[in-house]
Design a protein around this ligand. Structure first.
Ligand code: SAM
Length: 378
């Protein structure tokens, strides 16, 4: 129904290959490549269908990792389609992460190992001299920070050895802040997919189990916006380093070769440009923001301030439906946010600030031209 090819204004986009009638579902992304329900909502959002029941705690719990479900069916579906298909590694990594965070927090609350128990989640295991004071000015500065981290961990932590013996990690208290905890979960699941994809590459094609939407290679071909992201929120650089070091310390040995700086950066920088919000349904301006999910096959729709496709979450899947008839070769675009009622300048500001691009859509071009011509005639 559509093909992905370069646009003249913003990377690749989706173009109709034939006429498409209004109301046609042009794409269904069946499940996220990776996702994370925000820590505050973890007990209140079903980990499978993302149902949220106005703050009520979900009834069914997964025995080990911090996962809650709205029904036994959802738990069974999660086990079958998320965990079993990934050989139990998703629950394993989530359990390791949650246990490590819980242990660190308990230690800190007891005041052991820190002078100031009230510093609760602020204990830093990233050396002070590694992190920049201000915002990273360029890709080079970001590179330097990561290079310093790489130099310090390398001699003590070749992939196969135990990273806990690493002097940098040995003294650490694995305390993550809330958003880092969410981020660690999201990155860890992405690394599980990467590990499995590489493992499966060595097996016969017919015995491969990993569905297309779990392929790291598809995720990796998405756009990344690391420099823009860190220019806007400089503190995230330290967070990314913390998540990397944390995962190096807690991931199972088989996955350690994949816990590399390059892979962690690949995930966090692609998340910034491509994640879909998991919003409370039905969607309204009052909806709670429950978490983030990455659907690589749905990430090729560009934004337009005059969209012709609506995205909607249906349980764990994301659907893309035309909102009017589409002509062959027309680009299929969604709206990235709820800014369409704003005037052109503030819409463009929002898009630049939150999604890091100067909008090249037809409506912006038209309204900017109108504003220019009324300025010059006035
Ligand atoms: C989710 S991706 C969409 C697919 C992307 N074009 C690609 O090639 O991977 C979002 C990125 O696409 C580009 N983009 C999307 N809509 C745009 C628009 N209206 N104007 C300019 N760039 C846009 C921006 O670089 C944005 O960060």
């Amino acid at each position: 129904m559509f093909t992905v090819r370069p646009t003249s204004y913003g990377g690749r986009g989706c173009f109709a290959t034939a006429p498409i009638a209004e109301g046609t579902v042009v794409h269904r992304a069946p499940a996220p490549f990776t996702s994370a329900v925000n820590r505050d909502f973890r007990k209140e959002v079903c980990a499978y269908c993302f149902h949220y029941d106005l703050g009520r705690t979900m009834k069914v719990r997964f025995p080990r990792a911090s996962l809650w479900f709205c029904s036994d069916d959802c738990r069974a579906n999660w086990v079958a389609h998320e965990d079993d298909v990934c050989r139990g590694l998703v629950s394993d990594v989530l359990e390791r992460i949650d246990n490590a965070v819980a242990k660190a927090r308990k230690t800190m609350q007891l005041g052991r190992g820190i002078a100031e128990p009230s510093a609760e989640y602020d204990v830093d295991y990233v050396p002070d001299d590694v992190i920049l004071d201000g915002s990273p000015e360029s890709a080079d500065e970001i590179e330097q920070v990561w290079q310093t981290i790489a130099q310090r961990i390398e001699p003590a932590a070749p992939a196969a050895s135990n990273p806990l013996k690493n002097p940098l990690l040995k003294v650490r208290l694995l305390a993550l802040e809330e958003i880092e905890w969410d981020s660690a979960r999201l990155v860890a699941v992405a690394l599980v997919r990467k590990y499995l994809e590489e493992e499966e590459e060595s097996t016969a094609a017919e015995s491969r189990k990993l569905p297309d939407h779990f392929l790291w290679s598809k995720f990796y071909s998405l756009e990344s916006h690391e420099v823009d992201l860190l220019a806007r929120v400089p503190a995230l650089l330290e967070s990314h380093v913390r998540v990397f070091l944390f995962l190096l310390a807690v991931m199972p040995p088989a996955l350690l070769p994949h816990v590399t700086i390059a892979n962690v950066r690949a995930v966090v920088s692609r998340e910034a440009a491509n994640a879909f919000g998991i919003w409370q349904l039905p969607l309204s301006s009052e909806s709670e923001f429950l978490g983030s999910a990455i659907f690589p096959s749905g990430s090729y729709f560009n934004h337009s301030c005059e969209p012709n496709v609506a995205k909607s979450r249906v349980g764990r899947s994301m659907h893309f439906t035309t909102t009017r008839d589409i002509a062959p070769d027309e680009e299929l675009c969604i709206s990235y946010g709820m800014m369409l009622d704003q005037p052109v300048d503030s819409r463009r500001e929002t898009l630049k600030e939150q999604w890091y691009f100067d909008c090249g859509c037809v409506r912006c071009a038209r309204e900017l031209a109108e504003a220019n011509s009324s300025n010059s005639s006035g």
